[in-house]
Design a protein around this ligand. Sequence first.
Ligand code: ADP
Ligand code: XUL
Length: 530
Amino acid sequence: MAGKDRGKEYLGFDFSTQQIKAMVVDDSLNVVHETSVQFDIDLPEYRTQGGVHMHEDKLTVTSPTIMWIQALDLLLDKMKNSGFDFSNVAALSGSGQQHGSVYWKRGAQKVLKNLQPDKALHQQLQGQFSVENSPIWMDSSTAEQCKQLEKKLGGPQRVANLTGSRAYERFTGNQIAKIFQTNKTAYENTERISLVSSFAASLFFGDYAPIDHSDGSGMNLMDINTLDWCDEALDASAPALKEKLGNLAPAFDKVGHISAYYVDRYGFPPDCMVVTFTGDNPGSLAGMRLQEGDVAISLGTSDTLSLWLTDPKPALEGHIFANPVSGDAYMALLCFKNGSLTRENIRNTSADGSWENFEKALKSTPKGNHGNIGIYFDVQEITPPAVGVHRFNSTGEKVASFPKEVEVRALIEGQFMAKRVHAENLGYTIGSDARILATGGASANQAILQVIADVFNTPVYILTSTVNSACLGCAYRAKHGLFGGSTTPFQEVVAMAPPYKLAVKPSPDADKIYTPLTARYKELEESISQ
Ligand code: ADP
Ligand code: XUL
């Protein structure tokens, strides 16, 4: 169809750990285009594994900032070469892996404002970063800075009350404090610090875009009550930080029209609106159209569990974030670092590297796994703080190995009993009309979804259109933002979106098996936690 004959379209991006993705929805919110660029495969020259560089200390984890920019060049070229017509895109928005940070060098703003359409972005922005490798959410090298923050602010609960979470190693304020303490020159040469989300928005806007309230909640720097910077936390982290961070904004605000660069190079309309970018978990909440009482479980590189909240009570576990689609609400988030990459490891060692065999192994073993329980934290876990692989037989004795099928079931049951335990620790109780909304790469696996339904004794729903809910949510948010995010309820804008699909129901005997098994899991997990 010619550009003019098609209705308005909305474009959502997700700058995630292993790839960047783009999705286009039409005015009725049907997905009409989806594409991605995988860092390891499409940009092998950066030698990332799973999109990241794990440093020798096994604690420091970074990604080259310029790789994300080159990936965007590739993604947009790929869309253009496939014949995608950018001239219908009325608005765009996006999300980024949370907590990761980008350090723009003094003078970078000028380059950003003067992008030349005959050159790729990465050619023009090369050398514009005072720290070339961005610390990302998998980093756990800032234990010292976390201790300092909690000490200066009066303890972990006070930090949680102020910022929504106690001090976490991956949270951006602690990462910035580490850079200030270990590389003062780089810190001083920094003109602006962006999150991955606001960095991506800046690329489209052609100037620095604000950090939004939801992703800003993952920094240990924002006051969760006032949704403004928390001066005490800023002062405790690094000097003159406020000016480097810029302003905060609601995730549903407009940033401004797209940079002329994209109009000239790709054919975007000049009035295409950039709507504030946010974190991938908030983006996913929008894509899942989460409502109070639902549980969203995202199975991407990390596993996360999100709840909609109206009355937040910050605790020593989990995080409270500002809600990305409503100025009056919050969301709770639990993050589990050992997600898809751990499942891939067990798939490789116990299921011949095939998801099909992995599903077969799950189906061939009984619910409850004859009482065998496994905890698989290949890397330092976030929830709970623990590391290592621990296997227990039905009498609670530690064992060194399990048969292959038992191993696969122990992994999946363990991962989801952990989610139930920690959701219950946050005060969540499973209501009789509760729904679990599953998303992310591994939500394509029906046998995994069955374990989730059984462990929670709750039906599991999925989106019919995609497993990439963060991207979808940002396409929805682009439309919401364009139509007046603060005046139009998000639910009104997405009312026409395709319905969910019931993927699996819990088995009749699920509660009898998993309520006691989850209590045993909880004790075992506590016994191995730090
Ligand atoms: P992210 O957005 O963090 O990059 P995704 O949500 O795209 O991650 O999920 C990617 C992951 O999905 C891969 O690491 C892979 O392990 C997992 N995955 C893909 N297909 C399946 C499957 N059939 N069963 C289980 N996991 C899968
Ligand atoms: C959330 C978290 C991860 C990242 C990467 O707190 O650290 O889920 O957002 O996806």
